[in-house]
Write a protein that binds this ligand. Structure first.
Ligand code: FE2
Length: 156
C-alpha cells in the first residue's frame, strides 16, 4: 500500500448551534489512525459513539505543571457515552493512540458541548509541560459554519 493513502483522516462537522452559540453539536468522523492532541474544553461535553469505537484518555496538570495521564484509557464502543468538564476532568485526548479504535474502518462520535468551543482560549498540551492556546472551530468545505472563528473572516 502507498504510504500517502495511509495518512490519518479526521473531520469535524458542526451539526447544530443555537443563536447564542450554546450547546453546539459536533460530529467527528474518524478515519484510520488519527488522534487529537491533548486538549481542554473549558465547558462540559458529552461524547456519544453511534458507530465504531473511540479511545479516550484523560489527563491532568500535576503540581509541577507537567501534564500526566489521569485514570485508565477507555474504549468507548457503539452506544457508550463519556463526559468531560472542568469539574470532573476537562483535559483529554481521543484517537488511536487515544481516537478511532480501529485502524481499518471509520468510527463516528457525536459531541454536545455546554458552550461555544469555537471561542478563543482553549489549550492544547503539546508535551509533558506547557500549553498552547488555540481556536478550534469546525473548518470544512462541505458544510457552511457561521461560527467558525478558527480562521480569519473573509469579510473585513
Ligand atoms: Fe475533546
Amino acid at each position: 500500500m502507498h504510504e500517502a493513502s495511509r495518512a490519518p483522516i479526521f473531520r469535524k462537522y458542526l451539526s447544530h448551534a443555537d443563536s447564542r452559540q450554546r450547546f453546539p453539536i459536533v460530529s467527528l468522523v474518524w478515519g484510520r489512525d488519527p488522534a487529537t492532541p491533548v486538549h481542554d474544553h473549558l465547558v462540559w461535553a458529552l461524547i456519544g459513539v453511534p458507530r465504531g469505537a473511540e479511545i479516550a484518555q484523560r489527563y491532568r496538570v500535576a503540581a509541577g505543571g507537567e501534564v500526566v495521564e489521569a485514570g485508565a484509557r477507555k474504549r468507548l464502543v457503539a452506544g457508550a457515552v463519556d463526559a468531560v468538564s472542568p469539574r470532573v476532568g476537562d483535559i483529554h485526548r481521543a484517537g488511536n493512540a487515544a481516537g478511532n479504535a480501529f485502524g481499518d474502518r471509520t468510527s463516528i462520535s457525536i459531541h454536545v458541548y455546554g458552550g461555544s468551543i469555537g471561542a478563543p482560549g482553549r489549550s492544547v498540551y503539546p508535551g509533558s509541560a506547557g500549553r498552547k492556546q488555540f481556536v478550534s472551530g469546525c473548518p470544512n468545505d462541505v458544510l457552511p459554519n457561521i461560527w467558525n472563528v478558527s480562521k480569519e473572516s473573509p469579510i473585513s
